[in-house]
Ligand binder design. Structure first.
Ligand SMILES: C[S@@+](CC[C@H](N)C(=O)[O-])C[C@H]1O[C@@H](n2cnc3c(N)ncnc32)[C@H](O)[C@@H]1O
Ligand code: SF4
Length: 452
């Protein structure tokens, strides 16, 4: 099949900007038993060589919906929502646990929406069950993310009791107008106390997430706030420049992010980086700015560097069984009793494409890829490489694959060349590709809402 830029742009328009391969947009419904079989197959055939699995748990509930947020999560409405959700998760944890009874998982990760929203009993029950049903390597990183207004000293003690070793505090902004506009309640007093509680409990690392030019931010407050946060010495700082994507209330409520906002966001980001680096924070490959190397997010790095398998609970999740399957679950807890499993089977070189796509932004060592996957990269991907060379977006020099891409648009567009022909065909058919339409322009226009 002939591949051209128009087809790649069409794929970009119909797949997630997370740019993770294979794309969940072409998943089909499958049984939970089939997912179970694929995990068993991985453990039997590939685990001994690969030895990489992390467990992830999703809590898609929040006390209020923040205006800036693009994550799939919902405001809690019923008093029993969390208990119901927790019971379902515990069922799933139980169901899959026999597969892993002789395995030591590498890490655990408790990420969005708000894992710190559970009450003490629920939190205890959840962490205790995971420790009871699953084994972890010694010193496995347990990474737990918290929003300041839902955390308490008691909850921090519970995290410590179950060996959580890294806590992320979602600060995003401390500018008063911005907090109000975005529906967030947090005070300096609470932030400082939270740092103290975590330090006093000897949890090893604190990471903070901050958001340059979040709606209603201003440069002066922002710099003052950042300096105050730096003085609390978080071990790591993540900067996520605001993106007014279609999922945000900001976009849905018809607020506009002007060219001037985009300019300010980029200036702010540059200033932040300068400030952070002047306080001895260093950039670490595949992650963010750190004071000590152990503060890096092992899960995220392992996902990029080692194609780590991911056992994610629950909706809307994206699990990955190395060389076997990418799957996730859908669940409407107000209508359904059980989640629906959706997946895409991995064929031939799909797992190599997954690795290349996640490394596409900068460069990689071809020898390393050849060794890692026992392939001849230049031979196996010769068509893709000549396409990229013709479009002047890569150089192959001294056995290094180096991209010359300069922005998110090029990264998303050109990385799609590594999709398998079968998956490209599936996407073109499923979403009705029309070769007379100019998808390159359409994609550029869509993307410019969120990025410059
Ligand atoms: C999954 S969200 C969870 C946020 C968290 N619950 C909180 O209270 O802030 C994780 C990260 O995604 C990033 N994020 C969410 N919405 C975003 C947006 N519209 N633009 C850029 N980054 C965003 C934020 O930096 C956030 O820390
Ligand atoms: S930012 Fe966090 S707390 Fe706010 S809506 Fe998103 S997931 Fe929920």
């Amino acid at each position: 099949m002939e591949i051209n830029l128009n087809k790649l742009a069409f794929i970009c328009l119909h797949t997630s900007w997370w740019n993770i391969y294979p794309p969940q947009d072409i998943a089909i419904e499958m049984s939970k038993e089939l997912v179970y079989d694929n995990w068993e197959n991985y453990i039997k055939n590939d685990y001994e060589k690969h030895k990489k699995i992390w467990l992830y748990l999703h809590t898609p509930f929040c006390e209020a919906k923040c205006v800036f947020c693009s994550c799939g999560s919902e405001k809690i409405v019923w008093w029993n929502t969390l208990d119901n959700y927790l019971n379902k998760i515990l069922d799933e944890l139980n169901y899959f646990s026999p597969i892993f009874k002789n395995i030591k998982l590498n890490h655990a990760y408790f990420w969005w929406g708000t894992p710190s929203i559970y009450n003490n009993d629920q939190l205890n029950k959840l962490l205790k069950t995971i420790r009871w049903l699953y084994n972890f390597q010694d010193y496995a990183q347990w990474n737990f993310e918290i929003s300041p207004h839902t955390i308490t000293e008691e909850k921090i003690k519970i995290l410590k009791k179950y060996w959580v070793s890294r806590v992320t505090i979602w600060i995003q902004t401390m500018t008063e107008n911005s907090l109000k506009f975005n529906n967030r309640i947090q005070t300096w007093e609470k932030i400082e106390k939270t740092f103290l509680w975590i330090r006093n409990s000897w949890i090893e690392n604190i990471n903070v997430d901050l958001m340059p030019w979040i709606p209603w931010e201003n440069l002066k407050d922002f710099l003052i706030n950042l300096k105050r946060i730096i003085l609390l010495k978080p071990n790591m700082i993540h900067l996520y420049p605001f993106r007014p994507t279609k999922e945000t209330l900001f976009y849905k409520d018809w607020f506009t992010y002007t060219d001037n906002d985009i300019k300010n966001r980029d200036i702010m980001y540059e200033l932040w980086v300068k400030l952070i680096e002047s306080f001895w924070y260093k950039w670490i490959e595949n992650d963010s700015w750190w004071l000590n190397e152990s503060a890096r997010n092992d899960q995220e790095v392992d996902k990029i560097v080692n194609n780590c398998s991911i056992l994610w609970f629950w909706y809307p999740t994206r699990s990955y069984i190395h060389k076997n399957l990418m799957y996730f679950t859908w669940y409407d807890m107000y209508k359904d009793d059980y989640p629906t499993y959706m997946g895409i089977k991995m064929f031939k070189n799909d797992y190599i494409s997954r690795f290349i796509i996640s490394h596409f932004r900068h460069w990689f060592d071809i020898n390393e890829i050849n060794q890692k996957f026992s392939i001849n990269f230049l031979d196996l991907y010769k068509n893709e490489i000549s396409f990229l060379e013709e479009n002047k977006v890569i150089n192959i020099e001294n056995n290094f694959f180096k991209t010359k891409i300069e922005n998110v648009y090029e990264k998303l567009l050109f990385s799609k060349i590594f999709y398998s022909v079968e998956n490209i065909k599936l996407i073109l058919d499923k979403f009705s590709y029309d070769e007379k339409r100019d998808y390159v322009k359409e994609f550029q226009n869509t993307l410019s809402i969120a990025y410059k």
